[in-house]
Write a protein that binds this ligand. Structure first.
Ligand SMILES: [Zn+2]
Length: 455
C-alpha cells in the first residue's frame, strides 16, 4: 500500500488517503464503473481510478519482488501488467470524458509514466495521449505525436495500429511490413482479423489480387469457432465479406450475412454496435447485388449516425440501385473540404459513378478537377485516374449522347464498380476498437501461466 499521504497512484493529484484508499475497501472484485456513468459520474470515476490503483499495488507487491528470483518470468509478468494497466488507463480516460467537469487527462499520464520501467509502458502512455487527443477533437495533435515516433522502436501493437491509421507518410510497402509485424506480435485475434483484412486491401490497391485474396482467407481463418466478444463482430463480418469477393469463395459473403443477422439479434438496440452491424449488413447486400435492401440499411445508418463516410456509402448504394438524382443530392450535401483523404477518394469515385446515369457536364468537370487535385498513393487509384483523364482528353464540343456512350465504354463504367474495397476511411478506423474487458486480461494472465508451466 502506498503511504497515506503519498500521491495517489491513479494520477488524480490527490493524496492516497483522500483518493483511492477508502474506495478500495468496498470496490468489488470486478467493478463495472461504466454502469454508473449516467446515475453517478463521480462514483464511476472514483471506482475507475481505484481499479487502476489496485492494479498498481498488485504490480508493486507481486511482480516487482519476483524480479529477484526469476527476472525472465517477471519480465513476462511485467508485459501482462502493462497491458492490464493500459486497459485500466484506457477506461479511466473514457470515464474522465464522461465526467461532467471533464478534468484534463494529461497530468494523470504524466504521473503514471514512472509507474513501470518498461518501453511497453511508455508506449501505453503515448497511446493514451493519442487517444485523449482524438477524443477531444485534436486529430492534428494526435497526428503530431504519432509522426514523431520511431516505428522500429515500438512494440505496442495498438500504437502501431494507430500509426497505420494516422500516419500518411507511410508508403504502401512500409504499411505492409507494419501490418505483418502487428499480425505476428499481437495476441489479440480480433486485431489479427482486422489487420489481415486491411492487408488484403493493401495488396488489392497495389494491383495484386491473388495476394489480396490470400490475406482475406487468412483473416477468415483467424476467426475462432465461436466468436464471443461483441466488439469483434464487425471485424469478423468484414473479413468474410472481403474474402467472399474472391470468385472461388462466394459462399463466404452469405456466411458473413448470416453472422451479421445473428449478431444483430444479440446487439442491444440504439448502441453504436447496432449501427455498425446495420452498415456491415448493407455491405453484405451490396456484394450479393441486393441493392434495394442495401439502400434501406444505409438510409437507416445515415438517419441514426450519418458520418460523412456513411453518407458516401449511401450515395454509392443509391447509384447501384439506379437512383442517380438522389445520389447526386446526397453527395452535393457533403462538404468536400471536411473530408479526410480516404473519404475524398470515396466521394470522388462516387461522383464518378454518377456519370453512369447522368449526362451532366458539371459533374464531369468537377470529377476531373478533383482527380487532377488528388495525388493517388495506390496503383489501382492511379490507373482509374489516368483512364478517366485520358477519356476526357478527346472531349468534343458540344458533348453529344454519342460522346457519352463512347466515354463510358472507354472507362468500362459500371454501376457501383468502385463500390468495392475503396471505403478506406472505415477500414482505417482502427481507433474505433472497443475497450478490452478485464476478464480478457485475466484470461491472458491464466494462459501465460499455463504456458510457463508447460515449458
Ligand atoms: Zn486515486
Amino acid at each position: 500500500m502506498p503511504r497515506a499521504k503519498a500521491p495517489c497512484p491513479c494520477g488524480s493529484g490527490q493524496v492516497f488517503k483522500k483518493c483511492c484508499r477508502p474506495v478500495l475497501d468496498y470496490l468489488s472484485h470486478r467493478p463495472q464503473p461504466f454502469e454508473l456513468v449516467d446515475s453517478d459520474p463521480d462514483e464511476a470515476l472514483r471506482q475507475g481510478r481505484a481499479a487502476f490503483t489496485r492494479y498498481t499495488i498488485w504490480h508493486a507487491t507481486n511482480t516487482v519482488p519476483w524480479f529477484e528470483d526469476d527476472p525472465e518470468g517477471a519480465a513476462d509478468l511485467t508485459r501482462i501488467d502493462t497491458e492490464a494497466l493500459g486497459g485500466h488507463l484506457d477506461r479511466l480516460r473514457l470515464l474522465q470524458q464522461e465526467h461532467p467537469d471533464h478534468p484534463p487527462f494529461g497530468p494523470v499520464l504524466d504521473r503514471a509514466i514512472g509507474l513501470i520501467d518498461s518501453d511497453r509502458w511508455r508506449a501505453s502512455i503515448i497511446r493514451e495521449r493519442v487517444m485523449d487527443a482524438l477524443g477531444n477533437g485534436g486529430e492534428a495533435k494526435a497526428r503530431h505525436i504519432l509522426a514523431a515516433l520511431d516505428l522500429d522502436q515500438i512494440n505496442d501493437t495498438e500504437l502501431l495500429g494507430l500509426c497505420l491509421s494516422f500516419r500518411e507518410d507511410l508508403s504502401g510497402g512500409r504499411r505492409l511490413r507494419l501490418v505483418d509485424r502487428i499480425v505476428t506480435e499481437t495476441r489479440d485475434w480480433e486485431e489479427r482479423v482486422r489487420l489481415l483484412t486491411y492487408r488484403g486491401l493493401l495488396w488489392e490497391l497495389h494491383g495484386d489480387d491473388a495476394e489480396g485474396a490470400a490475406a482475406y482467407r487468412d483473416a477468415v481463418s483467424a476467426v475462432p469457432e465461436d466468436p464471443a466478444p461483441e466488439w469483434a463482430h464487425v471485424a469478423i463480418i468484414g473479413a468474410h465479406l472481403h474474402a467472399g469477393r474472391t470468385a472461388e469463395r462466394e459462399d463466404l459473403v452469405q456466411r458473413g450475412l448470416d453472422l451479421c443477422e445473428r449478431f444483430l439479434q444479440e446487439a442491444l438496440p440504439g448502441t453504436p454496435l447496432e449501427v455498425d452491424l446495420r452498415k456491415s449488413r448493407a455491405e453484405a447486400y451490396k456484394r450479393l447485388a441486393r441493392f434495394e435492401e442495401e439502400v434501406e440499411d444505409f438510409r437507416w445508418v445515415v438517419a441514426a449516425r450519418g458520418t460523412n463516410d456513411d453518407r458516401i456509402q449511401l450515395a454509392q448504394g443509391l447509384i447501384a440501385a439506379g437512383a442517380f438524382e438522389e445520389a447526386r443530392q446526397e453527395l452535393e450535401d457533403i462538404n468536400y473540404d471536411d473530408l479526410t483523404d480516404g473519404e475524398r477518394y470515396d466521394h470522388t469515385f462516387a461522383e464518378f459513378g454518377l456519370l453512369y446515369g447522368l449526362e451532366d457536364p458539371a459533374v464531369l468537370n468537377r470529377v476531373r478537377l478533383r482527380l487532377e487535385g488528388l495525388d493517388p498513393e495506390f496503383p489501382l487509384w492511379r490507373e482509374i485516374r489516368s483512364r478517366f483523364l485520358l477519356g476526357l482528353a478527346s472531349r468534343p464540343e458540344p458533348m453529344t449522347s454519342g460522346w457519352w456512350s463512347t466515354f463510358r465504354e472507354a472507362l468500362m463504367l459500371q454501376p457501383n464498380f468502385l463500390g468495392f474495397g475503396l471505403d478506406l476511411g472505415k477500414l482505417l478506423g482502427l481507433q474505433a476498437k472497443g475497450a478490452h474487458t478485464e476478464e480478457d486480461t485475466h484470461l491472458r494472465l491464466a494462459t501465460s501461466k499455463k504456458l510457463k508451466g508447460d515449458t
